[in-house]
Design a protein around this ligand. Structure first.
Ligand SMILES: [Zn+2]
Length: 235
């Protein structure tokens, strides 16, 4: 690996969204910049989405350990695109929660993401990538009680992909939207299973939540007014 090819290892900004909820926003390079969210209750923590490379997965785990000593019970995936799951096996989670159809796509087509990304990064970057294990498949609204903090998993697909999941913390009006929102860059709309009407409907619904704070799939957290402006982008 040439020195000039080395990936940035510690550029993420951790932003507190609400009590116990932290957005992990990677810095440059742009190609590594999908978001994660760390949520910590009284009993355990969870991580939503786990970065595009194993190296970024390590950075995410380091960030988690700085925030809490509680165990990491679950990783939740907002959807199956490779930039949201490839760093997963650097996280010592008990089980992964993922939409039923998103998981079957990772099993059947996940390697395609790994192969595509392998060409973009220094040799060896993707060598340790594995398909997620200990998976719990989600196909209906599901509540997780982390102890003093409850979150809802809401299946929203097909929208950006066949199996999107939105994560909501009602008490703080926080929504982790995955790639229903892209901030600071055009949305990726290349998934053949996407449904633009439903995608836009969900953007509308989320943007109308009173005092909403949204952690998008990419870019900085936004409020409802900014979210409303972004609905035009995929029109
Ligand atoms: Zn995506």
């Amino acid at each position: 690996m040439g020195a000039g090819n080395k990936m940035s290892a510690s550029a993420a900004i951790i932003t507190k969204i609400a009590s116990g909820i932290f957005a992990f926003i990677p810095g440059p390079p742009e190609r590594l910049a999908s978001n994660s969210t760390i949520i910590i209750g009284d009993k355990f923590g969870i991580i939503i989405d786990c970065q595009m490379t194993p190296e970024r997965g390590v950075e995410l785990w380091d960030a988690y350990k700085k925030l809490t000593t509680l165990p990491l019970k679950h990783v939740i995936l907002t959807h199956w695109h490779g930039d949201h799951w490839i760093g997963h096996d650097k996280l010592p989670y008990e089980s992964m929660l993922i939409h039923k159809s998103a998981f079957s796509q990772i099993v059947s087509e996940g390697e395609k993401w790994v192969a595509a990304f392998s060409e973009k990064f220094p040799p060896g970057t993707m060598d340790s990538v594995t398909i997620p294990k200990n998976v719990i498949q989600i196909d209906r609204d599901t509540t997780i009680d982390l102890g003093g903090l409850k979150i809802n998993l809401i299946p929203a697909g097909p929208a950006h992909s066949a199996g999107d999941i939105i994560i909501k913390h009602a008490e703080s009006s926080t929504v982790i939207s995955g790639d229903l929102f892209f901030v600071g860059r055009p949305p990726y709309a290349g998934d053949p299973a996407k449904n633009k009407d439903r995608w836009q409907k969900w953007m509308q619904t989320i943007s109308e939540i009173k005092n909403v704070a949204i952690v998008p799939g990419h870019g900085k957290p936004i409020d409802g007014n900014t979210a409303k402006k972004l609905i035009q982008v995929i029109n």
